[in-house]
Design a protein around this ligand. Sequence first.
Ligand SMILES: *[C@@H]1O[C@H](CO)[C@@H](O)[C@H](O)[C@H]1NC(C)=O
Length: 255
Amino acid sequence: MFQIGGLIVFCGLLGQTTALLDTLPLPLDQTLLLDGTPAQDLSPTDLAGSLTDALSNGLLSEGLLGILENLPLLNILKTGGGTSGGLTEGLLGKVISVVPLLNNIIDIKITNPQLLELGLVQSSEGHRLYVTIPLGINLNVNTLLVGRLLKLAVKLNITAEILAVKNEQGKIHLVLGDCIHSPWSLQISLLNGFAPLPVQSLVNSLGSILNEVLPELVQGEVCPLVNGVLSQLDVTLVHSIADLLIHGLEFVIKV
Ligand SMILES: *[C@@H]1O[C@H](CO)[C@@H](O)[C@H](O)[C@H]1NC(C)=O
């Protein structure tokens, strides 16, 4: 996930600050640190890479994977959505056929939480960034309806908008704007092999339920985390990026 080049630049940015270095996964060569490139010499692409690396490292060190693994998915399904009005409505509206399914789910275990490579896009007027945070989990679903465990791979994207703002003291910050998921965009695939028709329709029903519940659940956990990570980013990196955003200068190269 980490490009060595990006990592070295990132370390250079951090300079002698040690707090964040603890979270870096690779052993660091001290001479690289001391000779690190000053931030103002960074090319725009390095800045974009440094930002995604820093966000990615920040999310991981804030415990993103553990949070995904411990999402209270089963509880929420069993209680008909808890506080989520959208879910209840959805359930009443179109999920009559899956109510037996819900009643027959014995257990859902979340395994293999993943953070894939972040995507970064700059808005056309140059003032905003959109970070795509691709997440994956596996679900082991135990139901009474099929005589075996269903193993599903589930993927979704959370998209976080990042803006530069000046506070009353004139200090520039990067802040979180909208933080959303696209509706009905869960990618769900069955991991344990070929599914006979009844099982496939069960998976489809389960997919509808998951689409109602899971993205909102993930968004509710991940967005505050992004906000926290943004507020702890390296000051030099924040200033370099905020400066470009405020002036609407393009620095995220389109692929
Ligand atoms: C997440 O976003 C990436 C890049 O935009 C896209 O290729 C991928 O298909 C998306 N995944 C999901 C689950 O929507």
